[in-house]
Unconditional design. Structure first.
Length: 200
């Protein structure tokens, strides 16, 4: 029982700011502590009704749902909480990393469009480093080995190649970069699809 309770308490809960905008994901354990302290309320996903701890415990049905057991009661897991006072949005930028570049380009060569396994993709500098191009979101793309060899140390236009899309900094929220299998269907009411990172 200890293992299953730990697993349940480590499930993710979506956090909305006071304006109901998604800002983070936390564990069920953290969400319940915030609700008990009064710094957050649970949102009933079907009705958008807000609950403090006592009303959530009394209201939320637990039949067939994942739940946490307390002394003499069971409570349904909160999937979404809204903060009582915080109304800012996080100003985080997605860090430029190899992992995030693969996510942004969806494991596709940005010249020919083919999807390849990791060992058949390379990172290409659109403007080569030898010509002053830096390593940035706006100058790096994934390229299959064939396209990268063809392009070589030149600009795409020099060899008659074109990018499928202009490389840009992604606008997903890094705090919501959570594996697809852990996301709750109810979150889609609050989180636009473009904010999710692509899994691989």
């Amino acid at each position: 029982m200890g293992t299953s309770v730990t697993t349940v308490l480590d499930e993710p809960t979506l956090v909305l700011n006071r304006s109901w905008l998604p800002i983070n994901t936390i564990t069920v354990r953290q969400a319940l502590v915030m609700v008990v302290k009064g710094s957050a309320s649970v949102i009933e996903p079907e009705t958008y009704q807000l609950h403090d701890f006592e009303s959530w415990r009394a209201h939320a049905p637990v039949n067939g749902d994942a739940r946490v057991h307390g002394v003499g009661y069971a409570i349904r897991l909160p999937e979404i909480v809204v903060l009582a006072r915080y109304d800012r949005s996080p100003r985080q930028q997605v860090p430029f990393t190899r992992k995030n570049l693969y996510r942004r380009d969806e494991h596709r060569c940005q010249y020919c469009g083919t999807r390849k396994p990791l060992n058949e993709l390379s990172i290409d500098h659109v403007v080569p480093r030898s010509r002053g191009g830096g390593s940035s979101w706006e100058n790096c793309v994934l390229a299959c080995l064939r396209c990268n060899v063809r392009k070589g140390d030149r600009r795409p236009s020099d060899v008659g190649m074109r990018l499928l899309r202009a490389p840009r900094r992604p606008n997903w929220s890094p705090c919501l970069g959570i594996h697809e299998g852990k996301r709750k269907p109810s979150w889609r009411k609050f989180v636009n699809d473009r904010l999710w990172t692509t899994d691989y």
